[in-house]
Design a protein around this ligand. Structure first.
Ligand code: NDP
Length: 286
């Protein structure tokens, strides 16, 4: 069997189309243009690429985008003051602080991110939004796991009643994925670096989500025949070569569907961010 390849660009386009429809309906109903402010501190080249990409995608979908560039030596207080200003600005619906922060203020990351108004927290990292996700209330959810669920839906892959296994328990991928899959009635197991007999657990999965950051770690013998493999991992193998957490070449012969790296889940994140901006605007207008 060769698996169906779940191409990120196909699903990202569908997610963006949905977001663009959301933008249009907000414009019609309320006469406002949803807007996103992205704060970038310092000159990390990768962050600059990500921010440009977000800005471009906003423009493509008719979302107003503002990039706030702050110097490398910005203090915690200055950054918080900027966030406070954007929190009060009624013309801004979404606020995102591009990570990583420069070394000098990195230790204050949690305090800084928690300063964002939960209704404008388009990354879905604020404890208020995390709490709502855990209790099953509609809220702003971290973009990568939310994008994966959208992809499964668009691909017509059933979640209800399935055994799902997630490798990784981070706050931005593994944990929100647990709650999203559970709320869709999957039976979910979360694995991490202390899990014993990992392969035994992963072989039970109808849906296997790999989010560990270990190149090609998930091998064919760890996968149940016919399962769906969602590879969230992005690892730089060589200067310009990206690989996922899954040994794609071998696993694709066993799985029924699999996301490639690059060209898979990575493309869903920015698309989903656009949906979160629309959702944030709606939450603020209610
Ligand atoms: P973290 O480093 O925060 O978390 C990694 C998780 O994997 C931890 O829970 C860790 O366990 C677990 N883990 C590590 N090694 C093993 C092992 N040998 N066996 C079982 N579990 C293990 O990573 P993130 O969640 O932030 O990211 C995961 C991957 O996804 C990375 O490659 C990242 O680049 C990528 N990513 C991709 C995105 C996208 O847009 N596609 C967005 C975000 C991330 P423990 O908790 O015990 O340490």
């Amino acid at each position: 069997m060769t698996a169906r390849i779940l191409e990120g660009k196909v699903f990202a386009a569908q997610i963006k189309e949905e977001a663009a429809r959301g933008v249009e309906s907000i414009k019609k109903e309320f006469g406002i243009t949803p807007s996103l402010a992205v704060i970038i501190v310092g000159e990390n080249p990768a962050s600059q690429v990500y921010v440009r990409n977000k800005h471009k995608t906003c423009e493509e979908l008719g979302i107003r985008s503002e990039v706030v560039t702050m110097p490398e030596n910005t203090t915690k207080e200055e950054l918080i003051a900027e966030i406070d200003e954007l929190n009060l600005d009624k013309s801004i619906n979404g606020i995102l602080v591009q990570l990583p922060l420069p070394a000098a203020i990195k230790a204050h990351e949690e305090e800084i991110l928690n300063r964002i108004d939960p209704l404008k927290d388009v990354d879905g990292f604020h404890p208020y939004n995390v709490g709502k996700l855990v209790t099953g209330s509609p809220t702003l959810v971290p973009c990568t796991p939310a994008g994966c669920i959208k992809m499964l839906d668009f691909a017509g892959i059933e979640i209800d009643g399935k055994r799902a296994v997630i490798i990784g328990r981070s706050n931005i991928v593994g944990k929100p994925m647990l709650h999203l899959l559970m709320s869709r009635h999957a039976t979910v197991t979360v694995c991490h670096s202390h899990t014993h007999n990992l392969a035994e657990v992963t072989r039970e999965a109808d849906i296997l989500v790999a989010a560990m950051g270990k190149p090609k770690f998930v091998t064919a013998d760890m996968v149940k025949p016919g399962s769906v493999i969602v590879d969230v991992g992005i690892n730089r193998n060589a200067p310009k070569k990206l690989v996922g957490d899954v040994d794609f070449d071998n696993v694709k012969d066993i799985a029924s569907a699999i996301t490639p790296v690059p060209g898979g889940v990575g493309l869903l994140t920015v698309a989903m961010l656009m949906q979160n901006v629309v959702k944030a605007a709606r939450l603020q207008l209610q």
